[in-house]
Design a protein around this ligand. Structure first.
Ligand SMILES: [Zn+2]
Ligand SMILES: [Zn+2]
Length: 338
């Protein structure tokens, strides 16, 4: 049993709020990435690194559980994020089954859940500032097949895009561009490592294309990462990537509708690689913790989480997240309890 210290409101929670995800067993306890203190342990409990966990340890857990390890997705195709048995805390676990979500004072960690001790150097607010966006970004960088010296453009400066910028920088990107809104998020994007940012609303696609080509030998960037969730972003993204480059699509977690591409110009003749990126695996979780341990002191993950809400103000938190009044809302289920 984990005593929750922090959980988060992410873009998925806003979709869940509006019923936009299919197959969700409402009612649920939202909050899929969370952190806390181990309150009560039954039997010996080992962390992912093999060490023994004890009551009172600061701990975090991988929200994806019950991946079966036996189906074709898990074994033949090595794509466990597409396993049909896979479940996710706060998203696909029903409240009728127990405390499977972080918007709760306690979270039940069932047998088989991957647990890690939070390093002393990592504050709860560092971990949740990164949150699910950081785990997703670790997967994105893996999917991008990123090499030092490459140029990258990130579409979207929410939690996923901001972490993708930071990881591209740590991976040795030569130059990073970012597109998004509003200005406080663009400022965070620059703090994370973006050399040039574009306001989506204050610049045109033609201006952005010209500016990016001007700084990339007229070619466009090596890698474009889509973390925006807009069909229009896809149409622009294929223009911004160079011929023979890679385009990682990670922002369309729900069906935002079709994008219009010209197969001849945008894919075939362009020799473009388009790579989808769905969910995350336990090694992305483990790597995210190590990244925070090394870099949370110098990269502003904590600043992504701008305001912490009690359980009684979660509708307000969801509304603030949806209206982009804040970059990310955090949840402290003990706030206001005295
Ligand atoms: Zn499976
Ligand atoms: Zn999330």
């Amino acid at each position: 049993m984990l005593r929750t210290a922090r959980s988060e409101v992410c873009g998925t929670d806003v979709h869940l709020w509006h019923g936009r995800l299919s197959g969700v067993p409402y009612p649920i306890i939202p909050g899929h990435v969370s952190a806390g203190t181990l309150e009560s342990i039954r039997g010996p409990l080992a962390a992912l690194d093999g060490s023994r966990l004890r009551e009172g340890d600061r701990a975090v857990f991988f929200d994806v559980h019950r991946t079966c390890g036996r189906c074709r997705a898990c074994t033949v195709h090595h794509t466990p994020t597409r396993c049909a048995a896979r479940r996710v805390y706060g998203i696909t676990d029903s409240a009728s089954e127990g405390l499977f979500g972080g918007w709760s004072q306690y979270i039940y960690l069932e047998p088989g859940v991957g647990i890690a001790r939070l390093p002393d150097a990592v504050h709860f607010d560092d971990y949740i500032g990164g949150g699910c966006g950081l785990l997703t970004a670790v997967h994105i960088i893996e999917r991008a097949g990123f090499q030092a010296g490459e140029s990258v453009l990130v579409q979207g400066v929410g939690a996923v895009g901001l972490s993708a910028i930071a990881l591209a920088k740590l991976s040795g990107a030569a130059e990073i561009f970012a597109i998004g809104d509003p200005e406080p998020r663009l400022a965070l994007a620059r703090d994370m490592g973006a050399a040039l940012t574009f306001s989506l609303s204050a610049s045109s696609a033609a201006e952005r294309l010209a500016a990016v080509r001007d700084r990339t030998y007229g070619e466009g960037v090596d890698v474009v990462i889509e973390a925006a969730g807009s069909p229009r972003a896809i149409e622009e993204g294929v223009q911004l990537v160079r011929d023979g480059g890679r385009y990682v699509v990670a922002g369309h977690y729900t069906d935002a509708g079709p994008s219009s591409l010209n197969a001849h110009h945008d894919i075939n003749r362009k020799h473009l690689e388009i790579r989808g990126c769905w969910g995350s695996q336990v090694h992305h979780f483990a790597e995210a913790i190590r990244i925070l341990e090394q870099h949370a002191a110098t990269l502003p993950w904590r600043a992504i989480g701008q305001r912490t809400y009690p359980l009684t103000a979660l509708n307000e938190a969801l509304a603030d997240a949806e209206a982009m009044r804040i970059t990310k809302a955090l949840v402290d289920p003990w706030r206001g309890e005295g």
